[in-house]
Ligand binder design. Structure first.
Ligand SMILES: Nc1nc2c(ncn2[C@@H]2O[C@H](COP(=O)(O)OP(=O)(O)OP(=O)(O)O)[C@@H](O)[C@H]2O)c(=O)[nH]1
Ligand SMILES: [Mg+2]
Length: 339
């Protein structure tokens, strides 16, 4: 029964992953039979129609071209997953990572309604950009590219802005018990890492996607760095520490953490930021290690946490880069001469 229906379409979610008010699911290929089965009947080209999506959801459907339609279901991840399952059960090719087809499809074909090449590229990029701050900037690019001679392209600035599309990697390094996991959990708003007064609690690095005042980052809570010749350190912890030190090399941004009861870690690489935590403890700021700190925070009271998030965001994607109205090379295909 299902074989008879084998749909010759590719489908993918074109809004960023995660929950949102409305998601967009693109259908490319022989879309008429899919719309007939999913929405009750086919939809004429150029029409926008409110339909039920089988028994999954209700939403708008835009039929943009003979071989292209967009579904607008509600944006919960579960609804999109159900639509994906419905489509794949009927032979459609569900593309989990639209990036994988990005280079194969001309954005102008994907977004025929776009008024310029830059707008079509911006729409394609918007589908995968991870940071909230990317949205307005990407939507402004078409006008900015029109207004500016390509000679004014500033590639280093564009590379920094690209962190709004692909999250940069931030690592938190400190001695055992410095409070790394507590700080990570506080930022995340949930307990991703176990916290305890026992040194060496975190073994494997714990990665979380965090929103730092509009910038998404991949945040890594590392095991505490202690001397590997310390006989009390178990061999599994020693291996974890070695791995963590490798992660430091790859990071876009390194934060060193100290506390009244934990001095600064010795790192192979100079940290980009030195944070002093547990500043709610009595006389914390008077402690010897506090002298070298740039920022003070407490994971218990929340003091300094918002300022810290903004500081890291602005270091990775400076406000002057965001405010600059010169074109942003958010996709190298727009400026092949710079590649
Ligand atoms: N008063 C106070 N205590 C804190 C704060 N942050 C962490 N702690 C305490 O410090 C201890 C160690 O915290 P963790 O977050 O587990 O430290 P860690 O750096 O992840 O430790 P390891 O995983 O062992 O390397 C726990 O008892 C926490 O409750 C803080 O801001 N204020
Ligand atoms: Mg920990």
């Amino acid at each position: 029964m299902m074989d008879a229906l084998a749909f010759e379409v590719s489908a993918f979610r074109s809004t960023p992953h995660g929950a949102g008010a409305v998601a967009t699911v693109e259908l490319l290929g022989d879309v008429s039979p899919v719309l007939a089965a999913l929405c009750g009947s086919d939809i004429s080209i150029g029409a926008l129609s409110l339909r039920r999506f089988d028994d999954i959801d209700e939403g708008l459907v835009a039929r943009l071209a003979p071989e292209r339609a967009i579904l607008f279901p509600h944006g919960g991840t579960r609804i999109v997953a159900l639509l994906a399952a419905w489509l794949t059960a009927r032979g459609a090719n569900w593309i989990e990572d639209p990036l994988s087809i990005r280079d194969g499809i001309d954005p102008m074909e994907l977004f025929p309604e776009a008024e310029s090449k830059v707008e079509a590229f911006a729409m394609t990029t918007l589908a995968r950009a991870q940071s909230r701050l990317a949205v307005k900037l990407l939507l402004a690019q078409s006008a900015r590219w029109n207004a500016c001679a390509p000679t004014a392209l500033d590639l280093p600035r564009s590379r920094r802005l690209n962190r709004l599309i692909d999250p940069p990697r931030v690592v938190l390094a400190g001695l055992p018990n410095a409070g790394k996991s507590s700080l990570s959990n506080r930022l995340l708003g949930r307990d991703a890492s176990i916290v305890s007064p026992e040194a060496g609690t975190t073994r494997d690095a714990v990665a979380s996607r965090l929103d730092l005042s509009g910038l998404s980052v991949d945040w890594l809570d590392l095991p505490g760095f202690r001397a590997l010749d310390d006989a009390s350190v178990a061999s599994s912890e020693q291996r974890a520490i070695k791995l963590a030190r490798l992660m430091l090399q790859d990071a876009d941004y390194v934060i060193a953490l100290a506390a009244p009861d934990a001095p600064w870690p010795a790192l192979e690489r100079a940290p980009d930021l030195r944070i002093f935590t547990k500043c709610d403890m009595p006389d914390a700021r008077a402690s010897a290690h506090a002298q070298d700190a740039q920022l003070f925070v407490s994971s218990v009271t929340g003091e300094g946490i918002d300022a810290m998030a903004k500081h890291i965001r602005d270091a990775l994607v400076p406000p002057e880069d965001r405010a600059n109205t010169a074109p942003w090379v958010f996709d190298m295909r727009l400026a092949p001469e710079l590649a």
